[in-house]
Design a protein around this ligand. Structure first.
Ligand code: FO1
Length: 318
């Protein structure tokens, strides 16, 4: 299987970063572009933190914490501990090395660089060959509606441990946000578009909420394939299953396929959900089942190869 242009992956969170690693290994060097959710970004200690970009970056650099999937392997929290003694907030666990990323990002943004440029610089410094693109340079913030009121995303996700039930989600600033020239070029040149197994509501949702990205994805000529983040009615990590349920969606790969249907040609489910393939096909999508639990580099690579072969077959049939 060979692709003439870049393969563009849409990602947010740890599941997205894991498949990005598999894709980077399955493709020739430099052939992968990852468009990453930035609506989880926050400012803390005066620093601009982009958790999903950093998770993708650290995973692609082979330096992520294998236990959490985010943060840096072996990182300590001496700086955060002292910040705590000064009375600063410590609920968002920032490691000493991780802080360097946020300091550098904040400094470059203050100098007038775009988040896209800063991300390129940081990734290049870590030796990453894939192209990591923030979904936008505009400011977008996920706001989670709960019975306790509307919460900022990381307040809901980390500070409150995803405990509040979710009555709705909105992406503040999305209507006015613009795709960057880099993201537009990536979609225009893409030979395949892969939706990583990321939360469809709060990781893929914000990317689709950028109007000109949604439009490009709807009309893309490249094959568009997604991978289900829900396996056997549950998410491997994170609040995707509870969110789907409370927002009235079916908690299954089929439920996710229905949400993303208008921007997909094909959908990959886990082998455990093979029985759902025929119902997914009835929605008009192509579908196959593959082992999709990414526990090590080999399983990440194998899933990536399977997804790329599927995208290639979708291409041939259209
Ligand atoms: N997730 C947590 O559950 N607790 C944390 O304290 C935490 C800190 C953190 C610091 C830097 C970073 O890049 C990610 C961090 N994450 C943490 C993960 C992050 O909240 C989530 O991965 C995403 O925002 C959801 O996609």
């Amino acid at each position: 299987m060979s692709f003439s242009g870049p393969v563009v992956a849409l990602a947010g969170g740890v599941g997205g970063a894991k498949l990005a690693v598999g894709l980077a290994h399955a493709l020739p060097e430099g052939a992968l572009t990852v468009v990453v959710n930035t609506a989880d970004d926050l400012v803390l200690h005066g620093l601009h933190i982009s958790p999903d970009i950093d998770t993708v970056m650290y995973n692609l650099a082979g330096m992520s914490n294998p236990e959490t999937g985010w943060g840096i392997d072996g990182d300590r929290t001496s700086a955060l501990d002292l910040l705590g003694r000064y009375g600063g907030p410590t609920w968002f666990r920032l490691g000493d090395q991780d802080l360097a990323t946020h300091i550098r990002r904040t400094q470059r943004l203050a100098e007038g660089a775009r988040l896209t440029e800063v991300t390129r610089e940081l990734a290049a410094s870590l030796g990453i060959k894939a192209n990591i693109l923030p979904m936008t340079d505009s400011s977008i913030a996920t706001r989670v509606k709960t019975p306790e009121g509307e919460l900022e995303f990381q307040d809901y996700f980390v500070a409150r441990g995803t405990r509040p039930s979710v009555c709705g989600v909105r992406f503040q600033g999305a209507d006015e946000a613009r795709a960057t020239p880099e993201v537009i070029r990536a979609f225009d040149e893409a030979s395949a578009i892969v939706f990583c197994p990321s939360n469809p509501i709060v990781s893929i949702g914000p990317i689709l909420a950028v109007p000109d990205i949604h439009e490009r994805l709807r009309s893309a000529s490249a094959p568009r394939v997604g991978v289900s983040p829900i396996i056997g009615g549950a998410a491997l990590r994170g609040p995707a299953a509870e969110m789907l349920k409370s927002l009235g969606h079916e908690v299954s790969a089929l439920g996710v396929a229905r949400i993303l249907k208008d921007v997909l040609d094909g959908f990959v489910v886990d082998t455990e959900d093979e029985a759902l393939v025929s119902s997914i096909k009835e929605t008009g999508l192509r579908s196959i089942a593959l082992p999709s639990i990414m526990s090590d580099l080999d399983s990440k690579k194998k899933l990536a190869q399977g997804v790329l072969a599927f995208a290639s077959s979708v291409q041939k049939m259209t």
